[in-house]
Write a protein that binds this ligand. Sequence first.
Ligand code: ZN
Length: 329
Amino acid sequence: MNLIDVSTNLQTEDQCLDFIEKVRWADGKIRCVRCGNDKVSRITRTVNPKITRTEKKQNKRTRLYACLESTCKHRFTPTVGTLFHDSHLPLNKWFAAVALIVHAKKGMSAKQVQRHLGVNYRTAWYMGHRIRKAMASGEGILSNPGSGGHGAKLSGTVEIDETYVGGTTIRKKERGNQKSYQRKAAVVGMIERGGELRLRHVGAGNTTAAQVRPLLHELVDRSVDRVMTDESTIYPFAFDGFCASKHETIAHKYEYVRGDVHTNTIESAFSLFKRGVFGSFHRVSHKHLQRYLYEFEYRFNRRTTPDLFGETVANLVGTKPMEYRQLVS
Ligand SMILES: [Zn+2]
């Protein structure tokens, strides 16, 4: 679904609840969330127009199910246990925010979400972070486990490089000035040629072998054919004992491509990320950078997925709510 489909087909609370049910119970059988029984009865609540503020906060959904298993009799809403459950925001705003964020190639700032949806800044910021959390690969995906990034290790030909973001943009060639460099956030990127991308924020200032080594173990499969990096001296140390025989380097001082040895794929992913970050977000704090990296990774790795919206809602339905307090702490 694109933005227009979402705004026309997911307008009312009923339409949104139908959609959540379709994603959550894909076989059409609504099951009790406590005992798993599929014999449930539907109760439609009428919403009191004079609804109080506290009731609104308690999130009274108009649709409710009651489990018919005599020992259970649990009552639940279609949104219970999902990210939408304790939100006082109308579901159509949530869906519009998802559509905006997943389809914005360069990312979308809270300010932009605020303008498009007519919500306040704090709400827009909060929605964005919750949606990004669902986009963080592998996190809380119930509907299709293993589809997230954490599951699959990179293999085949892998390119690794590091980049620095934050403050004013400096190009890699101008790296000489170590001082202006220290405050920047270091990001290690790995990409399987013809496969997926991984971006990890490893700290501030220069990347070290000690930061790269655990990432190699975590993200790269031992069966990898070749791993390509630039001539940076951290890599021989990082590879020490890990697929060192498969490590090939390109010395950027002299050449950029030698046969098929190059790091152009990861470098173009970096420049795409930087154009996005600096185009849409004026400043991304170190604290939240990894979430933006996950968001970019998510979109990049699914650039050919036909229904990014549906897949993201499925992730949201499987994601436990995250409290505002938790985000800002
Ligand atoms: Zn039950």
